[in-house]
Design a protein around this ligand. Structure first.
Ligand code: ARG
Length: 272
């Protein structure tokens, strides 16, 4: 082969490589911009699965209203995810450290938490209730001052109780999970548990032999809302807010609500 021919073939090969490389780049750029074939990360979601009917363990699986809602939102937003039962306090720590992408755990949206985390649009209205052993003379939250009370540590149930009995009151015991607080009530370690109304009612309903009753106190316990919790400035918030709103509007939320609560949800109030 003549030197000139060699050079020519070499040049052609070189040109081919360049073209291919260029094609490669343009290719991924266009699909990236279109956002269709772009790989979405598998999201890490954390919960504290001792809070029936929102999240709890059944036959080794995490189930509950929140779990179904999360699945629907993820499907709507086109994300794959892994849900892990990390526990309540670790949930907050892991989200802050960005080791988790989302917390879904009946988490109340409030100003204090908003300083450290971002929240989705609200998806559930809640308030507090007092659960106590039948015959206990408890008429209002004021009566909590006279008895030993149990709360889940770091929850708004704790804050609601502290508003009545004061911070670090001697008669308030803090437990790692709400389920353990209920056990303490059954054991007689505490005389009442302050927790979210739906969880309180579920416990009373599911434990007829425990002989417990529950009361609310509209004067002392405010309404609050649950949201998905994100690390601060998470880019997921906008996308998942959109998906959550779609699901509330298109009836999927209503179906999940029916399944768990056997009643119709007031979605109008949520969308306000
Ligand atoms: N809504 C209350 C709060 O945000 C209690 C939530 C507890 N959730 C749980 N899965 N243990 O403080």
């Amino acid at each position: 082969m003549k030197n000139k021919t060699k050079l020519f073939i070499g040049f052609i090969l070189f040109a081919c490589v360049l073209t291919l490389a260029a094609c490669g780049t343009t290719d991924s750029k266009t699909s990236g911009a279109a956002g269709e074939t772009e790989e979405k990360p598998v999201l890490k979601v954390g919960t504290d699965a001792a809070f029936a009917p929102f999240e709890y363990m059944e036959k080794g699986e995490i189930v509950g209203f929140d779990v179904d809602l999360l699945a629907a939102v993820m499907e709507e937003a086109g994300y794959e995810y892994e849900l892990e039962n990390v526990g309540w306090d670790p949930l907050f720590a892991s989200l802050q450290a960005k080791d988790l992408d989302i917390g879904v755990s009946g988490i109340t949206i409030n100003d204090e938490r908003k300083q450290t985390f971002d929240f989705s649009v609200p998806y559930f209205e809640s308030t507090h209730m007092i659960v106590f052993n039948e015959g206990g003379n408890i008429q209002s939250a004021e009566d909590l001052k006279e008895i030993t009370i149990g709360v889940q540590n770091g929850t708004t149930g704790q804050t609601a109780a502290e508003k009545i009995v004061g911070k670090n009151a001697d008669n308030m015991l803090k437990y790692e999970t709400t389920a353990v607080a209920f056990m303490a009530l059954a054991n007689g370690d505490v005389e009442a548990v302050v927790t979210d109304n739906v969880v309180a009612n579920e416990y009373v309903k599911n434990n007829p032999d425990a002989n417990v009753e529950s009361i609310t106190d509209k004067e002392n316990f405010d309404a609050e809302y649950y949201g998905f919790m994100f690390p601060k400035d998470s880019k997921l918030k906008a996308e998942l807010d959109k998906a959550l709103t779609t699901i509330i509007e298109n009836g999927t939320y209503q179906d999940i609500y029916q399944k768990w609560f056997g009643a119709e949800a007031d979605t109008e109030a949520l969308l306000e």
